[in-house]
Design a binder for this molecule. Structure first.
Ligand SMILES: [Ca+2]
Length: 173
């Protein structure tokens, strides 16, 4: 059974609640802008700064997170139930799927293919992908789902910053 358990204080302390389905507005649950630690059991989740799965975002795969870089920032939660098999993303140098492009099917350091800090749009053919601002899965994240087409990173404050991309992998069982 997949779920996320959230806490209002670091170290799994304070008020707590567990969710098994998407939470479009954490305010309605009394947990907006207060989550300070969390545990994920089973499927991965995405936490968003704004309600309705908008704003800055961060993926949490199965595990325990006693402290959060984004403590007190999250306002909605989405469980990832998408098919993670056959991941494929196409990145483009310019907005509206223009310019140089690369098609990726596995985790890639964009420095290695001279595509770091240039991507401005993308199309996800399969899987769920996380784009990272910095190498080694660091910095801001942009999460994208199967079939997503993002014509411009400008509204997401993510233009020309992606340095690393990672498809979420199915659990090996
Ligand atoms: Ca660009």
């Amino acid at each position: 059974m997949s779920k996320i358990v959230v806490f209002t204080k670091e170290g799994f302390k304070g008020r707590t609640a567990e969710f098994k389905n998407n939470v479009r507005n954490l305010e309605e649950k009394g947990f907006s802008d207060v989550i300070s630690s969390l545990k994920v059991i089973g499927a991965p989740w995405v936490a968003y700064y704004d309600k309705n799965f908008a704003g800055k975002q961060r993926v949490f795969q199965e595990g325990e997170y006693a402290t959060l870089d984004d403590k007190g920032m999250f306002s909605s939660l989405k469980i990832i139930t998408d098919d993670l098999d056959n991941p494929e993303i196409q990145l483009f140098e310019d907005v509206n799927y223009q310019g140089r492009s690369v098609t990726l099917r596995q985790e890639t350091c964009l420095h290695d293919i001279t595509f770091s800090d240039v991507a401005s749009s993308h199309k996800v053919k399969g899987g769920v992908w996380v784009l990272y601002e910095h190498l080694n899965r660091q910095g801001a994240q942009l999460v994208s789902f199967p079939g997503d087409e993002v014509p411009s990173y400008f509204p997401l404050s993510f233009n020309d910053v992606a340095s690393h991309v990672q498809p979420l992998l199915p659990k090996p069982y």
